[in-house]
Design a protein around this ligand. Structure first.
Ligand SMILES: N[C@@H](CCC(=O)N[C@@H](CS)C(=O)NCC(=O)O)C(=O)O
Length: 218
């Protein structure tokens, strides 16, 4: 790499945490910056990152958005530690579990964000928790962490879920609600938290979420 990678990110985002986690696990040199212009909605940021979303990276002069595309590229370029199985079926199964996060669980969690600190909307929040619970029930059947999703070592799929598995509790608890988390998912979550670099990224993200929640409750 001729220059260090730049990661455009915000501390509250689970998708940004996924990329940060993979960068840290692979000991890749990078600089983290907030979106130029102060927000991913700014015109300056859109000029740089046409998709207008975080995370994005600048790597060898190329701009790339979308956490899933970014971590796949990092896995291709930086092989150690390997976070994706060699076997095509195992790889596809883990990818499908990652897609379940991006298309089901996280969008259900995202529905809660505008409701934090909005006590008149508690019924909407309960409805959103029910949607999340339905996805958590499905996830419980879908995953078989031994102790990680791909077996004995961390995978990109684990990296996708690490911060979301805590954020869903933290956001729901801020409204005195709680998602239905099975023992199997709790055990997997505990394993992730017991893993050094993962714990550090989870703690940073939880602190950012707690600070954001505090601004909504005050
Ligand atoms: N699928 C995208 C989702 C990223 C995403 O939704 N990021 C939010 C912040 S957490 C964002 O940038 N929202 C603005 C937008 O997409 O317009 C990814 O994996 O990177």
């Amino acid at each position: 790499m001729s220059q260090p990678i730049t990661l455009y990110a915000v501390p509250e985002s689970t998708y940004c945490a996924r990329v940060r986690l993979v960068l840290e696990l692979k000991s890749i040199e990078y600089i983290e910056e907030r979106p130029v212009g102060g927000s991913y909605r700014s015109e300056d940021y859109r000029r740089l990152v046409p998709a207008g979303s975080v995370p994005a990276i600048q790597i060898n002069g190329t701009i790339l958005h979308d956490s899933d595309a970014i971590v796949e590229l990092l896995e291709d370029l930086f092989e150690e530690p390997q976070l994706r199985p060699n076997d095509a079926f195992d790889r596809a199964i883990l990818k499908s579990i990652t897609r379940f996060h991006d298309t089901r669980l996280e969008p259900a969690l995202r529905r809660l964000f505008p409701l934090v600190g909005n006590s008149e909307k508690i019924e909407d929040a309960k409805e959103s928790i029910e949607v999340m619970n339905e996805h958590l029930d499905r996830l419980d059947v879908l995953v078989d962490a031994r102790p990680y999703l791909g077996g004995e070592t961390l995978s990109l799929a684990d990296c996708a879920y690490a911060t979301t598995l805590f954020m869903m509790d933290d956001i729901a608890n801020s409204m005195s609600l709680a998602p239905r988390v099975s023992q199997k998912i709790r055990d997997w979550r505990n394993t992730l938290y017991a893993t050094d670099v993962v714990r550090q990224i989870i703690d940073q993200n939880r602190a950012a979420i707690a600070a954001w929640v505090a601004t909504k409750l005050n």
